[in-house]
Design a protein around this ligand. Sequence first.
Ligand SMILES: Cc1ncc(COP(=O)(O)O)c(C=O)c1O
Length: 396
Amino acid sequence: MPDYDEFDFETRAVRAGQRRTGEGEHSEAIFPTSSYVFKSAAEAAARFSGDQPGNIYSRFTNPTVRTFEERLASLEGGECCVATSSVMAAILATCAGLLQGGDHIVSSQSIFGTTTVLFSTWLTRFGIETSFVPLADTAAWESAIRPETRMLFLETPSNPLTEIADIQALSALARNRNCLLVVDNCFCTPALQQPLSLGADIVVHSATKYLDGQGRCVGGAVVGDAELVGKEIYGFLRTAGPTMSPFNAWVFLKGLETLSLRMQAHCSSALTLARWLEQQASVARVYHPGLASHPQHELAGRQQRGYGGIVSFELDGGQQDGWTFIDALRVFSITANLGDTKSTVTHPATTTHGRLSPEQRTAAGISDGLIRLAVGLESVTDLQADLERGFASLPD
Ligand SMILES: Cc1ncc(COP(=O)(O)O)c(C=O)c1O
């Protein structure tokens, strides 16, 4: 198969990693097999010992999953990618593969709620502690680093407040202090931002979101250099088993083919709605990096090739108004997923961030009146009319 490295992003999104069986199929084949047959006992032994490359068992490798991994590695500009059953599995595998008891993580406090729970609850059982700092405060990152700190972890734009981290500044800090910088690139995808090219060591992905793009499958991935990802993190995955199924990998491959076009459309509609929301009387504040009012608007413009599809806003009336508004919508789906063709609406304080303590929520800036929109691909006129329905339902 040709090597697609020389081609543009959109071409690689459609073709990188492509492999064909002898049948000459045009669309990628799905390999729903748990194991692979060897020609002889000697070949089986050679595969197991590693003397002969090739498939053994689908917890280790699978051709459909490999195609997805090669395509995503190409789009992120990484040497190696390993696919996982979700991004939570990808983050766990990254920590299990690269850290040990006694190590310390510095993490942004503005991360997906379940990632906070993973760091602050489960990893502490294994002697790995995490300190949480404000995402955009580079000085706070620096002062939180201890001699035993091994990893800096962030999402940019953050979920749900769309704060932006300066990846280049934090990667320089990580390098100086001998830490690895891990970036969850779920909100931007490689179509809008490539953290490895800005100095990050590892990118993790929820393929569940924009990479799939149609809300069908749960999956994740880790991208980075061959030593860290291909050996250490892969070693954990192969042993512990939270790997991606071939069917899901095939769905994600189809998603990647349209990623660039979809991201442009998500960005355009989200910016239109964000600007309109800023004009609404019951809205206290709108969060979207494309707005001139966003504190890191200029940094987002430099670091990203588009501002993303997420818009959050605060209603004056707290949780009661938030729920009333959401219940009045007819087009936006009430669901916690994002990155779908279908627009979604979420009340973070009682869903995605509901397991955080009130203090953790306050620290992360999640107020009771906050609403997160993941703007999909429906007509933006219909989406705006739907939001008008929400505003009309609020008490005067
Ligand atoms: C930024 C971010 N990271 C991680 C996740 C978790 O994704 P998954 O279900 O694929 O583990 C989400 C889900 O909403 C997310 O928004």
